[in-house]
Design a protein around this ligand. Structure first.
Ligand code: AHM
Ligand code: MG
Length: 332
C-alpha cells in the first residue's frame, strides 16, 4: 500500500486526484469526480461549521433523526450539502445517510457508485465548539447500471469498499482518504478555498501512548476489555477521549494508540454504525498499517444485514490491537 506519487509542494486536491487517476488507473475518472464532489460539500460544511456560532445556525430544530436522537441544525444542513453535491456530480446513483432511514436514490441511474455517509458525526459536540467530522464510504454498485440502486449495493461488506475517508472540522479542516493505495491527507487553506496535500503517506505508529474510550461505561465493559485497559493504566498510557469519533480517530492515527467502543448495557451491540462509521474507518486503518476489530473478528469481515446496524469498534495501532486480542483470547 505504498504511495509512490512524488508530489511537488503546493499540490491541490484536484491536481493530486488527476495524477493519482493516471497512476492507479481508477475507473474512468468517475471516482475522481466523486472525491471532488465530497470535497466540495466538505468546503461548504467547513464554512457552515465555522459560521455556526455567529449566525445562530446552531440549535435544535426540534426534530429527531431515525436513531431517535435530537437533531441539530447543522446535521440537517450537512446532510443536504452532501446529498446535493453527490446528486449534481452524477456519479453516485444512491446515498445512505445516517440522517435518513432509507437509501436516497439520486436519480443518476447511470451512476456506477453508491456512497454511505455520516454527514456530520459528533453532533452533540456542535454546541460546545468541539471538533466534528464527516465519514464516507464508497462502493461500486452491484445492481444493473441504468436502474435504481438496491439494498445489496450497500450490503457488500467492508472489503468491497473502493474508497473511504473522513473530513475533520478541527483546528484545521482536513480531508483524509484511501482508494486502496495507502492513506493521504489534505489540509484546507481557507483564504484560497483549496485542499492542499499535507500528508502524502499516512501510516499509524506500531504502538502509541493513547487509549481512547468512554470510561463512564467501565462497569459495562467485558472483562477482557477492562483487563486490557487496566494494563494500559499500569503502563501509564494517556487516556484521551474527545467523544467525537473523527477527532479521536484522527489523533490516534497520528500519535499511535487505540480507540475502543465496546458493547455496553445501553448499546449491547456497540454504539457506532457499521456502514458509515466502522467500515470506512476500518479500511483506512488497514491501509495505514493498523487494525480494526469488532471483538468477534476483523471489522471488514463482518457481513452487514442492515443499513443502520451497529457494532463494537476496536481500532488502532497493530501492537496495541494484538495485546487487546490476547486479553480476549485469554478470557475464553
Ligand atoms: P452521534 O451519532 O450522536 O453524533 O454520536 C456519535 C458519537 C461519536 O462521534 C463518538 O465516538 C461517540 O458518539 C461517543 O459516544 P459516547 O458519548 O457514548 O462516548
Ligand atoms: Mg455518527
Amino acid at each position: 500500500s505504498e504511495n509512490t506519487l512524488a508530489q511537488p509542494v503546493g499540490t491541490t486536491l484536484d491536481r493530486y486526484i488527476m495524477r493519482a487517476q493516471a497512476e492507479f488507473a481508477y475507473a474512468t475518472g468517475e471516482l475522481s469526480q466523486l472525491l471532488r464532489d465530497l470535497a466540495l460539500a466538505g468546503k461548504i460544511v467547513h464554512r457552515d461549521v465555522n459560521r455556526a456560532g455567529l449566525t445562530g445556525i446552531i440549535g435544535s430544530m426540534g426534530q429527531q433523526n431515525v436513531q431517535g436522537e435530537q437533531q441539530q441544525r447543522l446535521d440537517v444542513e450537512a446532510n443536504i450539502r452532501f446529498i446535493r453535491a453527490l446528486r449534481n456530480g452524477g456519479e453516485a446513483c444512491a446515498i445512505l445517510s445516517e440522517e435518513e432511514d432509507d437509501i436516497i436514490q439520486t436519480g443518476n441511474m447511470k451512476g456506477r457508485y453508491v456512497v454511505a455517509i455520516d454527514p456530520l458525526d459528533g453532533s452533540s459536540n456542535i454546541d460546545v465548539n468541539v471538533s466534528i467530522g464527516t465519514i464516507f464510504s464508497i462502493y461500486r454498485r452491484v445492481s444493473a447500471v441504468g436502474g435504481p440502486a438496491t439494498r445489496a449495493d450497500f450490503l457488500q461488506g467492508g472489503r468491497a469498499q473502493i474508497a473511504a475517508g473522513y473530513i475533520l472540522y478541527g483546528t484545521s479542516t482536513m480531508l483524509v482518504y484511501t482508494t486502496g493505495h495507502g492513506v493521504v491527507g489534505f489540509t484546507y487553506e481557507n483564504s484560497l478555498g483549496e485542499f492542499f496535500l499535507s500528508h502524502p503517506n499516512i501510516t499509524i505508529p506500531a504502538t502509541g501512548p493513547v487509549f481512547s474510550c468512554n470510561e463512564g461505561n467501565w462497569f459495562d465493559y467485558p472483562e477482557y476489555v477492562r483487563a486490557f485497559l487496566t494494563r494500559c493504566k499500569q503502563q501509564r498510557m494517556s487516556g484521551r477521549y474527545v467523544g467525537s469519533l473523527v477527532a479521536d480517530y484522527h489523533r490516534n492515527l497520528f500519535t499511535g494508540g487505540i480507540y475502543l467502543y465496546p458493547p455496553t448495557a445501553k448499546n449491547p451491540a456497540g454504539k457506532l454504525r457499521v456502514l458509515y462509521e466502522n467500515f470506512p474507518l476500518a479500511l483506512l486503518i488497514e491501509q495505514a498499517g493498523g487494525r480494526a476489530e469488532t471483538g468477534q473478528g476483523p471489522m471488514l469481515d463482518l457481513e452487514p444485514t442492515d443499513f443502520h446496524q451497529r457494532s463494537p469498534l476496536f481500532v488502532g495501532s497493530p501492537e496495541l490491537m494484538t495485546s487487546l486480542l490476547a486479553e480476549s483470547a485469554a478470557s475464553v
